[in-house]
Every structure is written in C-alpha cells, then in structure tokens.
Design a protein around this ligand. Structure first.
Ligand code: FAD
Length: 486
C-alpha cells in the first residue's frame, strides 16, 4: 500500500491527511505537540474554557466537505451568528453590525449617517471581486500553467481594472463619507495579517465573506473544528504520532524517500508538509535550493492575547467585539514599520460563553482579549506585555465605562514568541506572509515542491494563504495534484 506522511497536525495537515487517506494512501501524521490542531487549540483554566487561536469561522462548507468524504461520522455542527461584530469608539459610538448585507446596510447608514447607495455599491463590488477571483486565487494552484488556460482566469483578467489591485484597501475605502466606516472596513486587512495602508484594494472582497456568506460558530467552540477532524481521521485509519518532531525531509535523486524524526526514520511514497515553509527550508530541507524571494516576503502580523476569566457579565458585549484605536494609521505604522505595540491599540474581545454558557462559571465570562502585534524580532516582550496590559485595561475602561482589572480572576497570556514555540510559525506570524504588496499572492510558496518530486506543502504559510478556510483549501489544492494511490 502506498504510504503518505504528513508533517504537522494543524488544520492544513488534518485536511491533507483526510484527503490522502481518502485517496487510498496509508497516512501517518507526525506532530511535535501532544495534541492535534496547531493554532486551533483550547485550554481550560480555573473553570473557564478558552479557544487559544481563531475565533471567527467563515466558509464552514469547507469543513463539511472533509466530513463528507467518508461514511463514518463524528459530531460536528455549527450555527450562524446574527451579529458580525459589535464595534465601539471612544466617543461613545457603538455599532452592532448585522451579519447580512441588507441588515448591515440599513443599520450602518443610520448609525454613521452614510448614504445607503455608498454602502450598497461598495458591498456589490466586494461580492464581484470575490466571485471573480476566488476560483482563481483561492481554489487553484497559481503555479501550474493549466490554471491560466481556464475560463475563470480569462474572466478575472478581463475584469482586472475592477479588482482594485493598484489601490490600497484604505484608498478603496475612502469612498465612504464616514471616517468610522472607513476604519471599520479597513479592519478587514487584519483578517490576513496585513495593513490596510499597504494591502491592495482587492482585499475589499473580505467583507463579502463575512456579510454575504455569513459568520458561524461551531457548537462546542472553535476547537471542535480541529478536534472533529482529528476524531474523524482516527476513525478512518489515519495514524498519529504525537510528541515526535520531524528533523529532516529525506530525498533520493530529487524524489521523496521519507522523513527522519527525533525518534525514528520513516519511508514514504509522498510527504505533505504542514510546517511553516520558512523553518521547513531552514531546518528540514538544509540541502534544497531555497525559493529566496518567497522566504524573504514580509511576515503577517502576530498577536498578543490575554485570556481572562471575568468575574461578572457584560450585557453591552457580544461574541465578537472591537474597541477601535483613535489613530489607526499610527497603530499599523507601529506594528509593521516600528515593530512595536501601539499605546492606543485596537482591542478585540471574543466571549464564547455568550453562546456556550458552560465555557465560564455561572455569572462569569471567558474573555479572549487580543491586540495585533508585530512578529517576534527580538523585542523585550516582558516589558511590552506589561505596558500593553495597562494600555488595554485603560482602553476597555474608557470605552466601556467599566473598571475591569479587579474582575480578572484568572489569566493566561500568549505572545508572538509563544505562538512560534507552539506551532513553529516563523516569528509567530498568524497568517504566514503578509499581503502588503500586490504580488503577494504570486509569491506564496506553491502547494508542491518544484525540486523534490512527491513533496507537497499545505497550511497558512503557503498558497492560497492563512486562516482556517484557506489552510483547508491548500490541502484540497495539494490533493488535486496528487494521484490516487495504486
Ligand atoms: P498550524 O496551526 O500552524 O500548525 C502546524 C502544526 O505543525 C503544529 O501543530 C506544529 O506543532 C506542527 N509542526 C511544526 N513543525 C513540526 C515538525 N518539525 N515536526 C512535527 N510537527 C511539526 N484564522 C481564522 O480563520 N479565523 C480567525 O479568527 C483566526 N484568528 C487567529 C487568532 C490567533 C491568535 C491565531 C494564532 C491564529 C488565528 N487565525 C485565524 C489563523 C489560523 O489559526 C491559521 O491560519 C491556521 O490555523 C493555520 O493552520 P496551519 O495548517 O498552517 O497549521
């Protein structure tokens, strides 16, 4: 039987393992941690449950597609959530954004005194951009000539002027009269770890994902996404080796031979690597030719997260909440240029106990409090975390008119260094390379290795990009390039 090895049990690795097993390969996943999921993991502390990483779930059909590959089933369900996000500004403006286009347009035009036609035409353009590009940029390899002969590619090329590739997202969003709406739509750049002042206007397709296709929440928390895929993989015969680190990808005559780990050596007919592509070349492929332009790409932002058990309930907050910085350009300048944290950061608060009361003890809430941060470039994180904690608490107190510090009864902290330690993501980047230039999509690493036959790459650091949906799509693209096992 043909043997496949997957390096890493992140969401991309789990998706790849399921697809390979489905293609008839005897698949083994080798994972350095003692759990599956990578960034999609959870912890419990003092009666609170916290999802450690992602909190926003879009395009759930991509997870369903994996469950539907097999007759065997495991529990996985999700609900749509009527509110995309609850936004707050320090001048007292609040906006509970509905997660449908019609609802959003109606409420936003009232709250921000914005002409309805500005919102409608923006969101129509957003939809058009998504429809023109998703098949080409998200669902196919950009590194195979066949992709460029398809009808979808031709359509995208004919409409290139409508895609906003030469504008920045911020410029695209300047069509709004309201500076607050401009800021709200600029925020979508952070969905792939980029800056709205650098990322191209094509990224204005992202609001369509959230408002046109909906936001969802898995029953049991975000962790159920990775957990259910892991349970399914075990059920259909994928083998897992935890607490084992791959130390080299082995080849013979430019063809995959297997992998070596800190415990053993394995032969394989093909290898799918879910490790971040940067350390893959630095540590596992020492003799391979490096795709230097790809590896030199600026990394996406990282995050500093405080997981707080809060000893009270806060009615003004929802599942997703944003407390905006008063100076958005300066915040992104700090993150991407100065590589430091901004004093007045935009604060994201995610509270899953709003939907799953069991995630916190009675009368309490589990707060996931995150600010965007630069990756780890050797900053003094101890000092930065101490200062950021003060700034975040002050921001929450000012904006929500509360005194939050005495209510924090348990705390866990994750820094960019911690994210890198847990998952090997270079510099703790959340989404691989940033999309801060118009060529970024073409400079991501392909889902196959041009120099080593039968080596494939999946996950957030390669094509088509970071985030749960794109990491899952990377596995689908790779699997489409792999023949069924003989
Ligand atoms: P990873 O999760 O990076 O996992 C890689 C795995 O490989 C790890 O388990 C690691 O231990 C293992 N590994 C690495 N090297 C080796 C080795 N040599 N040997 C064995 N095993 C190895 N995305 C969204 O869609 N929505 C969000 O709201 C969102 N928010 C986020 C918030 C945070 C705080 C973070 C950290 C991420 C967020 N993301 C979000 C991004 C999303 O989590 C990632 O893009 C996605 O999970 C990446 O998955 P991956 O397949 O690349 O694998």
């Amino acid at each position: 039987m043909a043997v496949a090895i997957v390096i890493g049990a992140g969401i991309g690795g789990l998706a790849a393992a399921l697809r390979l097993q489905h293609k008839g390969y005897q698949t083994t996943v080798i994972e350095k941690n003692n759990y599956a999921g990578g960034k999609l993991h959870a912890i419990e502390q003092d009666g609170y449950r916290f999802d450690l990483g992602p909190s926003l779930f879009t395009l759930p059909h991509l997870v369903d597609e994996l469950h539907d590959l097999f007759e065997e089933s495991v529990d996985f369900d999700y609900d749509s959530h009527p509110t995309a996000c609850h936004y707050f500004w320090e001048d007292g403006t609040c906006f509970k954004a509905p997660s449908t286009i019609d609802g959003f347009v109606k409420e936003a035009s009232q709250t921000f005194d914005e002409p309805t036609r500005n919102l409608t035409s923006y969101l129509e353009r957003s939809k058009k951009k998504y429809e023109l590009t998703s098949k080409l940029f998200l669902e196919k390899s950009l590194h195979r000539w066949q992709t460029y002969l398809s009808k979808d590619t031709l359509k995208a090329i004919l409409n290139i002027s409508k895609l906003g590739i030469s504008n920045t997202l911020d410029k695209d969003n300047s069509t709004f009269d309201s500076p607050k709406l401009q800021q709200l739509f600029n925020r979508y750049a952070t969905y792939n770890g980029s800056s709205p002042y650098q990322t191209p206007g094509i990224m204005s397709m992202i609001p369509y994902l959230e408002l046109g296709l909906g936001t969802y929440y898995p029953q049991g928390g975000m962790h159920r996404i990775s957990q259910s895929l892991y349970e399914l993989a075990v059920k259909v015969g994928v083998e897992f080796r935890f607490r084992e680190s791959v130390t080299s990808i082995d080849q013979s005559n430019n063809k995959i031979a297997g992998v070596t780990t800190d415990k053993s050596q394995y032969k394989a007919d093909l290898v799918v690597c879910n490790m971040d592509v940067f350390p893959t070349y630095e540590k596992l492929l020492l003799k391979a030719k490096k795709p230097q332009k790809t590896l030199d790409q600026e990394r996406s932002s990282s995050a500093l997260i405080f997981y707080w058990g809060i000893n009270s309930k806060h009615k003004q907050l929802d599942l997703h909440n944003i407390l905006f910085s008063e100076d958005y350009p300066a915040e992104f300048n700090a993150i991407f240029k100065e590589k430091t944290l901004f004093d007045d950061p935009t604060v994201y608060i995610n509270i899953t106990s709003k939907l799953t009361p069991g995630d916190a003890p009675d009368g309490k809430e589990n707060w996931f409090v995150m600010i965007n941060s630069p990756g780890d470039y050797g900053q003094d994180w101890e000092a930065l975390v101490k200062q950021a904690r003060k700034n975040i608490i002050a921001k929450i107190n000012r904006t929500l008119n509360v005194d939050i510090e005495p209510l924090i009864e348990t705390e866990y902290i994750l820094t960019p260094q911690g994210i890198e330690e847990n998952t090997s993501s270079y510099r703790g980047a959340l989404y691989g390379a940033a999309s801060n230039n118009k060529f970024a999509a073409f400079l991501r690493h392909p889902n196959f290795n041009s120099n080593i036959k039968n080596l494939y790459h999946v996950g957030g650091s390669v094509h088509p990009g970071g985030g749960i949906p794109l990491s899952i799509l990377s596995a689908r693209i790779a699997a489409d390039l792999i023949p069924d096992a003989q």
